[in-house]
Design a protein around this ligand. Structure first.
Ligand code: SAH
Length: 337
């Protein structure tokens, strides 16, 4: 059975029409779900009893449970239990500009990036839209505050679960729903080219972030197996098309790994690769994990790398370190519980 949180408002409208009910009932249900935040059909007191019974037959109200919360300075991490007992996690960051929630899109991940903890657990299954929606609803209920920004950078590869992810984005973006602005939603991918092409056609103003992490195929092949399928030339060709169609600036994420990808030559190669592209680079201090041998680059090296990009007129920032004290590197909480 479908969860009621799997539905876009147009799906609900179609549903009501199909059972000879008025279309506007969809708005009412959405209001109960996303504005008044009820957790059963029974609480939807402006619907007649027979309709409530019909909804109960047709849709589930499955929920997730928060198994564990770790609180750090300006960051909380949540471990969720899914209806089939699988576990995923989400990380909440309290920024000056609002509360940003980093959510998971799959149980495990098959991309196999060498430095990433999530990949140690192979993909078990993709998440359904409702399991992404409920990460937001449950965290908002826990903190009694709104989440203003959503990033799809938790466990999983969003573009390996494209249809559900896009559906999820439309649900939370709907102004009848949680109403998170498209420009406040960022989807991050390791670079699945056909899905980047598909996203260019969606007519949705979300942010696209690419996990680049290396400026050459030689190095990227070693760190990210996906590069052997979609090497840098193919990736950048798709990104150019994406930019031409959407006019949206692209973010590149670059984890700084000590003595792996953080030399001055790497910085220059990155600047050369990105020259002329409307983009912005986010240098990410690596979050060390006990299972993997990678170390984070020293602050000095990160600064030197940053300077080279700046000199080459590349927009660049260094990501604030959030959450190292709450095992917030992707997949860490999941893998220790
Ligand atoms: N699969 C998607 C989204 C999930 S990973 C992607 O690859 O973009 C989100 C980001 O966290 C990616 O840029 C990933 O490379 C990065 N990441 C993974 N492990 C990390 C770690 N230990 N420290 C810092 N960033 C990490």
């Amino acid at each position: 059975m479908k969860s009621i949180y799997d539905l876009e408002i147009i799906d609900l409208e179609e549903y009501f029409l199909s059972i000879n009910e008025k279309k506007y009932k969809a708005k009412q249900v959405y209001e109960w779900l996303y504005k008044k935040r009820v957790s059963s059909f029974k609480e939807m007191t402006n619907l007649k009893k027979s309709l409530i019974e019909q909804l109960e037959k047709d849709f589930s109200f499955d929920s997730l449970t928060i198994l564990k919360t770790e609180k750090g300075k300006r960051v909380n991490k949540y471990l969720f239990l899914l209806p089939d007992q699988e576990k995923i996690e989400a990380v909440l960051m309290f920024h000056d500009y609002g509360n940003s929630l980093c959510i998971s899109t799959e149980v495990g991940c098959n991309m196999g990036c060498a430095f990433c903890e999530s990949g140690r657990l192979k993909k078990v299954r993709p998440l359904k839209p409702f399991e992404m929606v409920l990460q937001i609803l449950l965290v908002e209920a826990a903190i009694k505050e709104r989440i203003s920004h959503v990033v799809l950078m938790g466990i999983g590869e969003p573009f390996d679960n494209y249809d559900s992810v896009l559906r999820f984005i439309r649900i939370i973006n709907s102004n009848q729903g949680i109403d998170i602005g498209a420009r406040h939603i960022t989807v991050s991918t390791c670079g699945i080219v056909p899905k980047i092409e598909q996203l260019s056609q969606e007519n949705i103003q979300i942010n696209l972030a690419i996990s680049l992490h290396a400026p050459t195929n030689e190095l990227r092949d070693k760190l990210m197996p996906i590069n052997r399928v979609y090497p840098i030339e193919k990736l950048f060709k798709a990104l150019k098309k994406y930019y031409d169609l959407t006019n949206r600036r692209i973010t590149f994420e670059y984890i700084m790994l000590d003595n792996v990808n953080d030399s001055l030559e790497d910085a220059q190669a990155l600047a050369d690769l990105l020259r002329g592209i409307n983009c912005y680079v986010n240098l990410i201090p690596y979050n060390e994990t006990s299972h993997l041998q990678f170390k984070k680059s020293s602050h000095l090296k990160i600064m030197a790398f940053y300077d080279i990009l700046k000199k080459n007129k590349i927009n660049v920032t260094i990501r604030k370190e959030f959450g190292s004290e709450v095992s917030a590197a992707c997949g860490q909480l999941r893998s220790t519980n």
